[in-house]
Design a protein around this ligand. Structure first.
Ligand SMILES: [Zn+2]
Length: 148
């Protein structure tokens, strides 16, 4: 049991302090509108315009989906990072300053949050489709009490 007055969580993550609110996601659309493939693609296209030196931007194809494959501490507050782009299979290893890696880590956290939101949205959309089909079946008489 937690002593009174002590927070249940450690340092608040970016999602806890509302830092992801400015990121356009599929969640921003009207909840009644049908889910479209473009809802997800729009966000990845918007990531292409990031500043130079951002590790999440692929220097080969411009994708904003580069992620770390491996990383290890290097000398003088820097990290050795192996990167991979899932869109063009570009790979690179390099040593990057702590500040650059910290910014990359924040972008990865935001990406994780966005994926979780989109997963929830997709699950909800699938559930709405299932409910609609069930209601249609009920009204058409295709489901009867003996089915249960
Ligand atoms: Zn690429």
């Amino acid at each position: 049991m937690q002593p009174e007055g002590q927070p249940l969580k450690g340092r608040p993550g970016l999602a806890d302090i509302g830092a992801v609110a400015d990121q356009p996601t599929a969640n921003d659309r009207d909840g009644a509108a049908p889910l479209r493939a473009g809802d997800f693609a729009a966000r990845t296209q918007a990531d292409h315009g990031s500043a130079d030196g951002d590790l999440h931007v692929c220097p080969n194809c411009g994708s904003g989906l580069v992620y770390p494959v491996e990383w290890a501490p290097a000398d003088n507050r820097s990290w050795q990072v192996e990167l991979r782009c899932p869109d063009c299979e570009w790979r690179a290893q390099g040593v990057h300053d702590q500040a650059v890696v910290d910014r990359f880590d924040e972008v990865l956290d935001l990406g994780t949050e966005a994926l979780l939101r989109d997963l929830g949205l997709l699950a909800r959309s699938n559930m709405e489709d299932a409910v609609e089909r069930f209601v249609t079946a009920l009204h058409a008489g295709w489901v009867i009490p003996e089915d249960f």
